[in-house]
Ligand binder design. Structure first.
Ligand code: AMP
Length: 427
């Protein structure tokens, strides 16, 4: 019988086998973020619609086509967050963080929502790991953020990433560049996709973001695409050179991508992304950039910032496809007999304060429990035979070393501690 309800289109259930990998990835990321001095910020899943409309830019796809916008019962105009930065900066201003210290390093994670067309690596509810460094205009801040960005992927086992970088300048240089793009595209204007034609009037840079293969063929036909880097003013140019020098100093491999403009309007100067070809059309694993005008746009004082978002679903797809399995901790399986079942329940509760413990709850026979223990993958087996129990003993079998010993139940926890510590793993 088909179930009556299905998860909404574009959403997924993550089962325990999946979440084990997610937990591992999140824990690895938390470690890196802590070592870089980042603190975790949790903001609401929804905010005023206007916050996203104002910051993302009215012409962006996110605002025009992809927002989960709704009215609540109090007739408020709200939206599920399509990205983190706007909410993080709203919280930064509302909580007065700027007055407490000059530079803030904040990270967040959780679901984000975009009403796109679902396909492999593209969901309507997906998850991002988001980092912001707020308060520093220095190129060193951009370089540090790009280095952190790469180090997060490296912590997940991505060893050969090349980060793509570009400078999108300031609004004035972008306008000048937009003009150059329009002139460049004029000869093929009529053959561009409808989306690109519309973008050419509202926000010409976004034409470079097109996914339309016909558009890309036209770009190739024209050749000699104008470059944003050629229209930067002296300050932007100096910033850009210093960012690249910072990356070189840190030993981060990068490639300059002149077509990289990012989807949202608020970026200034540095923009960056990483891709993984194994993902096909949805190859972007993550990206970010500097957004020096954004806090002012939200009514705050001039405050520079640089940040990025990593798409966790896509990163985990790649990790999974490479056959990676989350390392399992050492667990314990207790096997009891009729006369020791009650004692096994108490022992399991005791050991579960520290270790992962399985213990039969169905009063199955000894043979069935042994079989289940074999299947469970538990490293340790605690066998509670009736006679041994009477003598004040249990047997502890370690499948890793292949040893078996007899010891007092009260010595069990310490023996497990020593063995798990010796192999550097925790239960
Ligand atoms: P963006 O803010 O659009 O650059 O998104 C940052 C990252 O989030 C992207 O590089 C993707 O890895 C991921 N991402 C964006 N949209 C989706 C989506 N619909 N489904 C899954 N991941 C996404």
């Amino acid at each position: 019988m088909a179930p009556k309800h299905q998860a909404p289109r574009g959403t997924r259930d993550l089962l325990p086998a999946d979440t084990a990998l997610w937990r591992w990835a999140e824990d690895a990321a938390r470690g890196v973020l802590g070592r870089y001095g980042f603190g975790e910020l949790r903001t609401p899943l929804f905010e005023d619609y206007e916050l996203f409309a104002r910051t993302s830019g009215e012409s962006s796809d996110v605002v025009q086509k992809e927002m989960y916008r709704f009215k609540d019962l109090g007739d408020r105009d709200l939206a599920l967050r399509p990205e983190f930065t706007a909410g993080v900066l709203r919280a930064y201003l509302e909580q007065g963080l700027g007055g407490r210290s000059r530079v803030h390093r904040l990270w967040s994670t959780g679901p984000v929502f975009r009403y796109g067309r679902p396909q492999k690596g593209r969901y309507r509810q997906f998850h991002q790991l988001n980092c912001e460094l707020i308060g520093s205009p220095a190129p060193g801040a951009d370089a540090e953020m790009i280095t952190l960005f790469v180090d997060l992927y490296e912590a997940w086992g991505f060893s050969d990433l090349t980060v793509l970088v570009n400078s999108v300048g300031q609004p004035a240089s972008r306008r000048a560049y937009g003009e150059r793009l329009r002139e460049w595209l004029a000869p093929v204007h009529d053959r561009l996709s409808a989306d690109s034609k519309a973008r050419l009037t509202t926000n010409p840079l976004r034409v470079l973001d097109t996914k339309d293969t016909g558009d890309h063929a036209l770009f190739a036909e024209l050749g000699n695409m104008p470059r944003l880097l050629d229209v930067l003013d002296a300050d932007d140019r100096a910033h850009w050179d210093a960012v690249l020098a910072g990356l070189e100093a840190a030993g981060v491999k990068y490639e300059i991508d002149h077509g990289l403009v990012r989807g949202l309007d608020y970026y200034t100067r540095t923009a960056f992304e990483v891709h993984d070809r194994s993902l096909g059309a949805q190859s972007a694993l993550g990206g970010g950039g500097r957004y020096d005008g954004l806090v002012e746009m939200l009514g705050g004082p001039p405050t520079p910032g640089v940040g990025f978002a990593i798409g966790l679903d896509r990163a985990l797809l790649v990790i999974e496809e490479r056959g990676f399995k989350a390392p399992a901790g050492d667990s314990v399986c207790i096997v009891a007999m009729d006369g020791t079942r009650a004692a096994a329940t108490a022992l399991a509760r005791e050991l579960r304060r520290e270790f992962a413990v399985e213990c039969d709850v169905e009063s199955r026979g000894f043979g069935a429990q042994m079989k289940a223990a074999g299947k469970s993958g538990a490293r340790f087996l605690v066998i509670m035979g009736e006679e041994e129990w009477q003598r004040g003993e249990v047997a502890l079998k370690d499948s890793k070393s292949g040893t078996q010993e007899t010891l007092a139940p009260s010595a069990l926890a310490e023996a497990l501690r020593v063995k798990t510590r010796a192999t550097g793993e925790t239960a």
